[in-house]
Design a protein around this ligand. Structure first.
Ligand code: SDX
Length: 427
């Protein structure tokens, strides 16, 4: 029996259908609201608004659960790898050996960039932010992809492999450009993560082959960031894709959104906050006090989440991985020690308890990236490489919908009325 929600406004009462998700979440379908009542719904930031139905990823923020295509993230973290997770998210099932080999070979085969990309990179100032180069060059892929206007059609599999693989190469080149280093060609004998580290850190006469524990840690970081429902950047990809823009343009827009310091840029903001504490510029108590007063405009970086009102499961996994890698390397990180103390104090602080603020994925992500040796200006770039399969999966899911409507929200106008043009002499 269809469940409905009743809305009464003035002398009119209407029934709106309620749709139930596979995990029991409920959504009121308001697609007929304006036609039947003249009303629109207002929800800045979409805090209460579902923009679509999706079968890719599920987050239960109340209980700290994250699953990709129904598989809990901790199981994938233990047993899978990034390339297999890419296939799972994009195609909806774990690949059998033949599917995985074919998909992996296609990703490996598409790692190289057209030589003319080098000229584009040479046009960037040496201190250009890698995220600016990444978004620009991912969009530039559309110039080199044959018949990009047919994006998402029967060549989707090749397009997706192109994007997954070349994003990694563009990211490595962005770092090399920012350091004034020569570009290092991809090595198809290496794994996805291993080849990235090779392109990032090798020098012309000194090849870098990352040790297995470093490759595994980067694999884990990429897997944990592979998708997260309709976060700001994924919503951006869907919105751009809803205009029938090609896959490269849509994902380049997602990169731009991810760059923001309250989204993917938070990983860097966490490290800067921990450094300020470690340098003695502020104490942990001063930091927490600053975060408690909203008027300060300061938020505790790496804490809080639109969905998680419990530990972000990724934060737990990243924290454990950081302990394991630092132990394995026999090194410590003073910022990790600060992070552990900060977490312990925040979780006991009434403000953070009342507001249900817990560490999110960004809180320990930077610590693990430092242990891997990732340069700070590449932290958000790594996040973008990890999130690429999620963006591709959502773009493809939306494109497959029978009647995709261009995303075009309404507004409530609060501006001036009945104004007349005034000639400049009279102003
Ligand atoms: C990511 O969407 C995703 O899934 C994102 C992501 C992904 O995988 O794609 O998970 C990745 O972006 C993680 C978030 C990284 N950002 C940060 O760590 C920046 C610090 N966090 C905050 O900016 C904030 O928590 C957000 C942006 C993450 C969430 O913002 P919301 O959902 O809009 O939360 P809110 O502003 O409604 O906060 C509710 C209350 C407010 O206080 P009141 O007005 O109710 O009194 O909690 C307070 C906020 O002031 N609050 C914080 C806080 N986060 C929320 N107070 C202090 N420190 C914080 N970090």
């Amino acid at each position: 029996m269809e469940r409905t929600a009743r809305l009464t406004f003035d002398d009119q009462t209407i029934e709106l259908p309620v749709i139930e998700g596979s995990e029991g979440e409920l959504g009121v379908d308001i697609t007929s609201l304006r036609a039947r009542t003249g009303l629109i719904a207002l929800d800045p930031g979409f805090v209460n608004t579902g923009a679509s139905q999706s079968s890719i990823t599920y987050v239960d923020g109340e209980n700290g659960v994250l699953s990709y295509r129904g598989i809990p993230i901790d199981q994938l973290a233990r047993h899978s790898n990034f390339v297999e997770t890419c296939f799972l998210l994009i195609y909806g099932h774990l690949p059998n050996k033949q599917e995985l080999d074919r998909f992996g070979a296609r990703v490996t085969a598409n790692a190289a960039l057209h030589e003319s990309f080098k000229h584009h990179f040479e046009g960037f100032p040496v201190d250009a932010p890698p995220m600016a180069m990444l978004s620009a060059m991912v969009n530039t892929l559309a110039c080199f992809y044959p018949r990009v206007e047919l994006s998402g059609g029967e060549k989707f599999d090749e397009e997706a492999a192109w994007l997954l693989s070349k994003t990694r190469t563009i990211a490595a080149y962005s770092y090399r450009r920012s350091m004034g280093y020569p570009f290092i060609y991809t090595d198809p004998r290496l794994s996805y993560a291993g080849d990235f580290l090779h392109m990032l850190f090798s020098q012309p006469l000194e090849e870098y082959i990352a040790p297995p524990e470093i490759v595994d840690a980067l694999n884990l970081i990429l897997m944990l960031h592979a998708d997260h429902e309709l976060g700001c950047s994924t919503t951006t990809v869907r919105i751009v894709g809803s205009s029938q823009a090609n896959l490269f343009a849509s994902c380049a827009a997602g990169i731009c959104s991810l760059w923001g310091p309250v989204h993917g840029g938070a990983t860097i903001a966490v490290i800067e906050m921990l450094e300020a504490i470690e340098r003695g510029e502020m104490t942990i108590d001063q930091t927490l006090a600053l975060a408690r007063k909203k008027q300060n405009g300061f938020r505790l970086k790496g804490f809080g989440h639109r969905l998680y009102k419990q530990f972000d499961p990724r934060a737990r996994i990243l924290k454990e991985a950081a302990v394991k890698l630092l132990d394995r390397r026999g090194v410590g990180d003073p910022l990790f020690d600060v992070a552990l103390q900060l977490e312990e104090r925040a979780l006991k602080d009434p403000y953070f308890i009342d507001h249900r603020l817990f560490p999110n994925a960004d809180f320990y992500n930077g610590i693990l990236m430092r242990a891997v040796g990732i340069p700070r200006n590449m932290f958000t770039v790594i996040f973008a490489i990890g999130r690429m399969p999620g963006w591709i999966a959502h773009w493809r899911e939306q494109k497959a919908e029978p009647a995709v409507r261009i995303a075009r929200p309404r507004q409530l106008y609060t501006g001036l009325q009945e104004m007349a043009y005034v000639p400049i002499e009279e102003r």
